[in-house]
Design a protein around this ligand. Structure first.
Ligand SMILES: CC(C)(COP(=O)(O)OP(=O)(O)OC[C@H]1O[C@@H](n2cnc3c(N)ncnc32)[C@H](O)[C@@H]1OP(=O)(O)O)[C@@H](O)C(=O)NCCC(=O)NCCS
Length: 174
């Protein structure tokens, strides 16, 4: 996948991105929202292997660039029934809350609906992540449920998640 919108690019992650991904995933500040406040503790080799298993029809790791510089990552996973699960992480804190997340999500979701034949996008987020919830709802995502105390983070603390879904007609493309 290669998507471009003015100064933003979404492209497939390659093994050349393994070092960058590794440094983001091992950073507890970046990974806290996903339940890993101490970071993943992953090796570059392990990231290379993960990336090697990517393919367009099942799952794909994507790099987000602003002005040609990697600032974060997205991914999508084919869940069957023309449904894709997606995730997004802007890892460079200085690039958060500048409207980029909203634009990247519109780019990827538009492509999954219009080019890749998906009819529904699903995702979940931590109940405490009100910023992500605001962005998802602005794009048209519908909350379909909350799973209270459904998992524990790396420190053993119970966490709750909100599940969202979005069909093609619901996407706010404006
Ligand atoms: C969540 C994320 C993708 C959003 O992208 P972004 O570029 O930072 O956000 P945007 O600038 O596009 O939009 C931010 C919006 O949230 C609002 N917002 C900021 N903090 C908020 C909060 N605590 N609660 C509710 N809304 C909040 C802003 O006012 C803005 O709203 P507006 O567009 O209506 O003015 C990005 O911050 C990110 O990757 N964060 C770290 C990882 C993460 O949380 N990923 C999602 C996990 S499911």
């Amino acid at each position: 996948m290669y998507l471009e919108d003015d100064n933003l690019v979404i492209r497939n992650a390659t093994q050349h991105d393994a070092e960058t991904l590794c440094s983001w995933w091992n950073d507890g500040k970046v990974m806290n929202h996903a339940g890993f406040p101490n970071g993943l503790g992953i090796t570059k080799q392990s990231v290379v292997e993960q990336l090697a298993s990517d393919d367009d029809k099942t799952h794909r790791r994507l790099i987000l660039e602003v002005d040609s510089v990697p600032v974060g990552e997205m991914n999508y996973r084919n869940k069957g029934n023309r449904t894709a699960e997606i995730g997004i992480k802007i890892c460079n804190f200085e690039k958060q809350e500048k409207g980029f997340g909203t634009r990247f999500l519109k780019m990827l979701i538009g492509c999954l609906f219009d080019e890749e034949g998906y009819e529904k996008i699903i995702l979940d987020t931590n109940v405490k992540n009100t910023r992500a919830q605001h962005v998802y709802e602005k794009l048209g995502f519908r909350e379909v449920g909350t799973r209270v105390d459904s998992w524990r983070n790396q420190l053993g603390e119970l966490q709750s998640s909100v599940d969202y879904e979005l069909t093609k007609g619901e996407l706010n493309r404006g």
